[in-house]
Design a protein around this ligand. Structure first.
Ligand SMILES: Cc1cc2nc3c(=O)[nH]c(=O)nc-3n(C[C@H](O)[C@H](O)[C@H](O)COP(=O)(O)OP(=O)(O)OC[C@H]3O[C@@H](n4cnc5c(N)ncnc54)[C@H](O)[C@@H]3O)c2cc1C
Ligand code: SF4
Length: 338
């Protein structure tokens, strides 16, 4: 492990000042991803700027009827927060599908957004990886790619974004509040993460001198008809092969509003406006759901070991929509486990 300096940020302005002063510095929040990457020598920050004590842990109601979640709100606190559990249960369900109770206690909202891919070649310094070392090549394209992307891939990288929480945030049309040297700005969730294209080393559109301060949820929470469905190799403590956030607003048997996002199939949570449009105004039935799933997966492309994910994602989408419409979400237990 390399030597690095450590400093605590006193407030958001101080955090921005410190990160802007050193291009090789990194923020540390819960440390559940960054410390692993440092131990593996994948990340080599010259300085860790500890933001964990900044007053960004609250969940507050907004004037527009939504919620503003501080970037340092721990994943556990968020999942069990009464306003999240009542108004945004799909988000609570997605968070509780991720990691373990201990990790969720440490993991922060901002850190979850910025966690890095679980592609094994990214963690293996002995193999080429364009994300770790731009221009070196991608070992996964002709290698072991069972967990990799089927949508939005490029010739440079086929990694997925592994978060569960982000899939629900994408479906809910969240916004990300950030602060930098020029002040604050707001990024639509769908614009926050990037596709790999020819710069896979960049996971997001956050600038290196910016900090995430909050995530904002709009008023619409889809609390009656939602599902977060996670398909994985083990029933707990495993990253998704495929996950689906499905949310519906129904008027009788007709779909008034619909949201669909897929996780672990692309470099970012995957949404397709045409799939959601194909649900709006339609009757609740298998034919409607199958049509939407086909649209969502229409550009999917498999590699040697992951082509099965295309059909898996299609079936999982139909199942998630069916459960959401029936008002029987596949939720994690709401029992408080810490
Ligand atoms: C064994 C294991 C299993 C896991 N399983 C799952 C799973 O099934 N599903 C899932 O979704 N996740 C899973 N995770 C990932 C976990 O959710 C993330 O590690 C966690 O959310 C990261 O949050 P953190 O606060 O610890 O981030 P840190 O490790 O502190 O930081 C991560 C990155 O974010 C940056 N950062 C942090 N906060 C900010 C901020 N406010 N502004 C700008 N940059 C910031 C840091 O500089 C760093 O680059 C797992 C992790 C482990 C170790
Ligand atoms: S898929 Fe991306 S992260 Fe994985 S080896 Fe290829 S370039 Fe690296």
């Amino acid at each position: 492990m390399n030597n690095f300096a450590y400093a605590r940020a006193h407030d958001v302005a101080d955090a921005v000042r410190q990160i802007a002063a050193d291009p090789h510095a990194k923020f540390i929040a819960g440390g559940t991803n960054l410390i692993d990457l440092m131990k593996e020598d994948v990340e080599r920050p010259s300085r860790l700027i500890d933001i964990s004590r900044l007053p960004l842990k609250t969940v507050e109601e907004t004037a527009e009827g939504g919620l503003r979640i501080g970037a340092l709100a721990p994943n556990s606190d968020l999942a069990y927060h009464p306003l999240i559990a009542q108004r945004y249960p799909m988000l609570a369900s997605a968070i509780l599908a991720g990691a373990s109770a201990q990790l969720r206690n440490m993991a922060s909202t901002g850190g979850n957004l910025l966690q890095r891919t679980r592609c094994s070649y990214f963690y293996d310094l002995a193999t080429p990886c364009n994300k770790r070392e731009p221009g070196s090549g991608c070992s996964a394209i002709a290698g072991l790619n069972r967990m990799h992307a089927i949508l939005g891939t490029s010739e440079a990288c086929i990694a997925t974004h592994p978060s569960d929480m982000c899939v629900a945030l994408a479906a809910l049309d969240a916004k990300v509040h950030v602060a930098g040297p020029a002040g604050g700005r707001v990024i639509a969730f769908s614009d926050f993460h990037r596709l790999p294209e020819n710069t896979p080393q960049r996971d997001t559109n956050l600038q290196p001198n910016e900090i995430v301060t909050a995530v904002e949820l709009p008023a619409r929470g889809f609390a009656a008809n939602y599902t977060y469905l996670k398909i994985r190799d083990r029933l707990s403590y495993a990253f998704a092969l495929v996950s689906v956030a499905a949310a519906l607003e129904l008027e009788g048997d007709t779909i008034k509003e619909a949201r669909l996002a897929l996780g672990s199939v692309a470099h970012k949570p995957w949404r397709d406006p045409s799939a959601e449009a194909a649900l709006r105004g339609q009757a609740v039935n298998q034919a409607t759901f199958t049509r939407a799933a086909d649209l969502l997966l229409r550009d999917a492309k498999g590699f040697e070991h992951n082509a099965f994910k295309i059909d898996l994602a299609r079936r999982a989408t139909v199942r998630a929509l069916t459960q959401a419409a029936a008002g029987t979400p596949q939720s994690q237990s709401n029992k408080k486990i810490r």
